[in-house]
Design a protein around this ligand. Structure first.
Ligand code: AMP
Length: 278
């Protein structure tokens, strides 16, 4: 397994591979890998000639009061996992190699990024789009793999790829959950045992709304209220509960198949997100 830290070296190598006809798949991550990441990695290694995993805790997507400093990191564990799963290349740059001191160009999506997580995390998606665009240019992938766990992020990346003419196939894979239903996330490590238990209400509430819908209830207001009640009963602080069109991310009032139910909560200090496609 090759490990590149320098963006230019990574890019030169990737360009050579493309010229040699190799199909490159990229899995962008912030590391502290878990089975959710592994599902993307396994698909990339299976379906592409070269699977590249990027590991970069991207400072520009964290707000000033967010957890950039204490975001969990374990490069050695991540590298072992990548090696064991047949990853060809790990790209793990330092922040100063990724961002020039005087950098002044950013990528901003101006519609899908406004609501949901974008409402409470100002500039988050601009940070995400900028780093993903840079990773696309550096790693030169034919395909890139993302998780449905970050539904809004995936929708925005698709939009960016379309609007900026990246010749990259964006693949979005299902949410991987623990046995107890909690969506896997690097941030779950922050949860105390009691918080972990209460956090299970997140998936449970979405699941309950999903079942209510299939029992004939299609009023978004009623479904959202049922979710809110369950979350509040567990003492979770709600950031948002929303049901949206799966492409435009515009809130709907009458729920239809293909709509997406999303929620973000604070469990103690930890912000958790989850979603479910109807
Ligand atoms: P992160 O390291 O949290 O930035 O995540 C890197 C990629 O893994 C993103 O595309 C996430 O959506 C995806 N991902 C994270 N958690 C999960 C999960 N539980 N199931 C599937 N994909 C996930």
């Amino acid at each position: 397994m090759r490990i590149f830290k320098d963006p230019e070296t990574m890019q030169c190598w990737a360009l050579e591979q493309r010229v040699a006809g190799q199909i490159i798949g990229l899995v962008p991550t912030m590391g502290y890998l878990h089975d959710g990441h592994l599902s993307l990695i396994k698909t990339a290694t299976r379906e592409c000639d070269i699977a590249v995993v990027s590991i970069f805790v991207n400072p520009t997507q964290f707000g000033p009061n967010e957890d950039f400093g204490r975001y969990p990191r374990d490069s050695d564990g991540d590298l072992t996992m990548c090696e064991e799963h047949g990853v060809d290349v790990v790209f793990m740059p330092d922040a100063d190699a990724m961002y020039a001191q005087d950098a002044s160009v950013y990528v901003m999506e101006n519609r899908l990024a406004r609501n949901l997580c974008g409402a409470s995390r100002q500039n988050h998606f601009s940070g995400v789009c900028t780093v993903v665009a840079k990773l696309f240019n550096i790693v030169q992938p034919h395909e890139a793999f993302f998780g449905q766990k970050d539904y809004q992020q995936a929708a925005i990346i698709r939009r960016m790829v379309c609007d900026l003419n990246f010749a990259i196939d964006i693949r979005v894979l299902p949410i991987v959950r623990g046995r107890d239903g909690l969506a896997l996330s690097s941030r779950n490590i922050y949860l105390s045992p009691d918080e972990h238990q209460r956090a299970l209400a997140l998936n449970r509430s979405l699941q309950q709304a999903y079942e209510l819908f299939f029992a004939g209830e299609n009023r978004a207001s009623v479904l959202k209220q049922s979710i809110r009640e369950l979350l509040e009963a567990e003492g979770l602080k709600i950031d948002y509960v929303e049901i949206v069109n799966g492409e435009t991310l515009v809130a709907v009032s009458d729920v239809e198949m293909g709509n997406v139910i999303l929620a973000a909560v604070y469990c103690g200090k930890t912000r958790l997100i989850d979603n479910c496609i109807v």
